[in-house]
Design a protein around this ligand. Structure first.
Ligand SMILES: NC(=O)c1ccc[n+]([C@@H]2O[C@H](COP(=O)([O-])OP(=O)(O)OC[C@H]3O[C@@H](n4cnc5c(N)ncnc54)[C@H](O)[C@@H]3O)[C@@H](O)[C@H]2O)c1
Length: 426
């Protein structure tokens, strides 16, 4: 099929929207399986390739739950994607010691390069630094396929912006930023994503790549500012939640709270921005300082624990909330683990309770189990939606009388915790 015919086929008009496409997705994690579900729901056929059998199994179960498993297959080799019209790369982009790790994107580009045919559209969805789609993915795709981007196949970048645990901000409702290697690629990608979400067309691959990093870095910087405010409140003997309750009454106050920044987006993406800046000879001192503030926040909190319970032999510290944020089961790079490590360095043992995690660790417990052996200090990192009405009552039984709860969420109320000290500062 010539690229001209393919451009015609994918052009953004009503006739094309009704055409059933074969969509191949590399990486069936949170992003890949959400996309699979969304494309199957609008009638396309999806094949997902993941190296991890558990992820293939979970993706199958997710699509089956939607009653559309006939249009979805999870495959164990990239060859299973042969013949697809569209290829989406949704593999992880973690960091190692603050440096971007692009191994997965490289491997996925090779897999796609081996599977694409003339006229295919390739979309990178993994979060990457500006220039990565053009200078890393494109040469691999061309070398492996023997074809040329813009002539033989189409290439686009579209960052994923879903908010796990947030039903309002899903693949189907969040505006999809889309950019193409050339205008045909941009149009094809816009036509594709326009079927599942509102689309914003960005002028270049690099603009779309940078926009994603800026979104998450903005959150990191704002949370870092609040973490500094919390540190100051601690020194001044104030509760940061009282200060923020007052400050929030101003119409243009940006509503951020202090907290541990974990997960695989906000705690990672600023490093991609910093790496891009470094390689272009630009310093981003605000971004770097914010990242450092958030990355070391657990140390401040561990120091506060040590002042409340100076003897590590006085029993374990309870951490309530093992996931990286409320209402998700994902524990990657979570604040609880940052705290556990910081406390371990000071000689403290921890017990961790979280009703949403189902792969128990040796120090995992439940609040009910702590009734027989309450702790002196509890740290609340996350309050899941279903616990909002009940957590204080459970904590009352899990913490010794006159013990302390350090609430990192701002959601607990001292009025509901008689006999315990509640602190919102670190
Ligand atoms: N999860 C989110 O909320 C979110 C939001 C926005 C952007 N992102 C970005 O999207 C990308 C994917 O994130 P995720 O959360 O879905 O990651 P994930 O770790 O949940 O899933 C990625 C999947 O890719 C698989 N994989 C790795 N290398 C592979 C390869 N070479 N071939 C086939 N499969 C491979 C892994 O086994 C894993 O199942 C990342 O760049 C991330 O930063 C994630």
């Amino acid at each position: 099929m010539t690229i001209a015919r393919e451009r015609e086929r994918l052009a953004h008009d009503d006739a094309d929207a009704s055409k059933v496409l074969r969509v191949g997705i590399v990486g069936l994690g949170y992003v890949g399986s959400s996309l699979a579900e969304a494309f199957v729901a609008v009638g396309h056929t999806v094949r997902g390739f993941d190296v991890d059998p558990d992820r293939r199994h979970a993706a199958r179960a997710r699509v089956r739950a939607r009653g559309a498993s006939g249009r979805f297959a999870a495959v164990a080799t990239a060859a299973g994607l042969d013949g697809c019209d569209v290829f989406i790369i949704a593999v992880p982009t973690p960091t190692i010691d603050g440096r971007p790790e692009l191994r997965f994107v490289r491997d996925a580009s090779r897999s796609v390069g081996a599977a694409i045919g003339p006229g295919a559209l390739v979309v990178v969805e993994s979060t990457v630094a500006p220039g990565t789609t053009r200078t890393l993915c494109l040469p691999i795709l061309e070398a492996v396929s023997g074809m040329t981007a813009g002539t033989d196949f189409l290439l686009a970048f579209s960052p994923e912006r879903v908010n796990p645990g947030d039903a309002l901000h899903s693949v189907r409702s969040v505006v999809k930023v889309v950019a193409g290697y050339d205008s045909a690629s941009a149009q094809a990608a816009a036509a594709l994503y326009g079927q599942i979400a509102p689309v914003h067309l960005a002028p270049s691959l690099e603009v779309a790549e940078l926009a994603k990093l800026v979104e998450n870095t903005q959150r990191d910087v704002n949370i870092a500012l609040m973490n500094e405010v919390a540190r100051l409140c601690g020194a001044l003997g104030m509760d940061w939640s009282d200060v923020l309750d007052a400050a929030r009454t101003k119409w243009n106050f940006a509503d951020f709270s202090p907290g541990l920044v974990g997960g695989h987006c906000i705690a990672e993406d600023p490093y991609y921005l910093l790496a891009a800046a470094r390689s272009n000879g630009v310093a981003l001192p605000t971004v770097a300082a914010a990242r450092e503030t958030n990355a070391t926040r657990a140390e401040d909190i561990a120091d506060a624990v040590a002042s409340l319970q100076p003897d590590p032999a006085g029993g374990p510290v309870l951490i309530h909330g093992r996931t990286y944020k409320a209402d998700v089961a994902d524990t990657r790079n979570a604040g609880a683990e940052q705290l556990r490590a910081a406390l371990a360095r000071r000689g403290y043992a921890v017990v961790i309770a979280d009703p949403l995690t189902d792969d128990p660790l040796e120090y995992e417990t439940t609040l009910a189990a702590l009734r027989a052996a309450p702790v002196e200090v509890a740290l609340v990192t996350v309050v899941h939606r279903d616990e909002r009405g009940t957590l204080e009552a459970e904590l009352l039984n899990s913490v010794r009388e006159h013990g302390t709860i350090i609430d990192l969420t701002g959601l607990l109320s001292a009025a509901r915790l008689p006999g315990l000290h509640l602190r919102h500062d670190g």
